[in-house]
Design a protein around this ligand. Sequence first.
Ligand SMILES: NC(=O)c1ccc[n+]([C@@H]2O[C@H](COP(=O)([O-])OP(=O)(O)OC[C@H]3O[C@@H](n4cnc5c(N)ncnc54)[C@H](OP(=O)(O)O)[C@@H]3O)[C@@H](O)[C@H]2O)c1
Length: 259
Amino acid sequence: MSLLMIGCGKMGGSLLVRWATSTDQEITIINPSFVKAPSGVIVTQTIEELADKRFDIIVVAIKPQLIEKVLPAYRRYLANSGCVISIAAGYSVSSIEKLIGEQAIMRIMPNLPAQIGRGVSALYANSKCSPAQLAIATALTDAVGYTHLAVSEDELDRVTAVAGSGPGYAFEITRCWIESAMKLGFSPQTAKELVLNTLGGSIELAMTSIQNVETLRNSVTSKNGTTEAGLSALMQDSKLDTLIESTVLAAYERAVALR
Ligand SMILES: NC(=O)c1ccc[n+]([C@@H]2O[C@H](COP(=O)([O-])OP(=O)(O)OC[C@H]3O[C@@H](n4cnc5c(N)ncnc54)[C@H](OP(=O)(O)O)[C@@H]3O)[C@@H](O)[C@H]2O)c1
């Protein structure tokens, strides 16, 4: 099987690093500026270098606003029974069909921890995709972490709001927490280590425990204790619930607007 990746920046590059070592696809990338790729990956900079090659999978990893201009020229490089996989945020299957005609098309929405094999990817396939193509795409997303198969593009947008944008929420909440530790007198380095290790340990415990997160929270909250005092300031009559809910909803509404 052969795979062409158009664009190899932050996200394409993150996927490539994992795919190069975990799949038996022959991978070619095309990117105007030189990109250092893992060994075994064929690196090209111009479309002419592809000559008369045909690819079983073409991965679209350029910015959404470039797709209309760039993608049509690649139609001829797709094998007859090939499949286009787009990772572009908010660019719908029907918009891709308008550029290259009705094809087997999938959308994958990965998130940044894919870099370390701990990503969450939503995967949506249109009705032209065969079970074999879906299996190959699932193997690609499994190689970078956890895969959620979406049954509609709306579901893909909902996963984007929860998980695709999720690292942004996690990093921002972490930043606030680190700053609050610094305000209590810790150095930036110590504050970072205290917070990241607390978060890392809590998340690992939540992932391995048979107890749900609410039970785990209660188990560390004794009556009139320090955690209860902190949590009552954090939760403030459900204001935290409302804030997180509106965060995720805003991301979903943006994904819908981008369709
Ligand atoms: N970053 C994320 O967390 C994330 C998450 C999910 C999905 N995505 C999606 O992933 C896609 C890429 O995002 P990114 O963050 O990786 O952007 P990026 O770092 O800017 O990467 C885009 C790459 O495309 C290359 N490129 C530009 N024009 C090209 C062309 N005509 N042919 C081939 N390659 C071309 C650019 O090369 P030059 O630098 O040489 O111009 C650049 O390396 C976007 O559609 C985005 O929605 C990103």
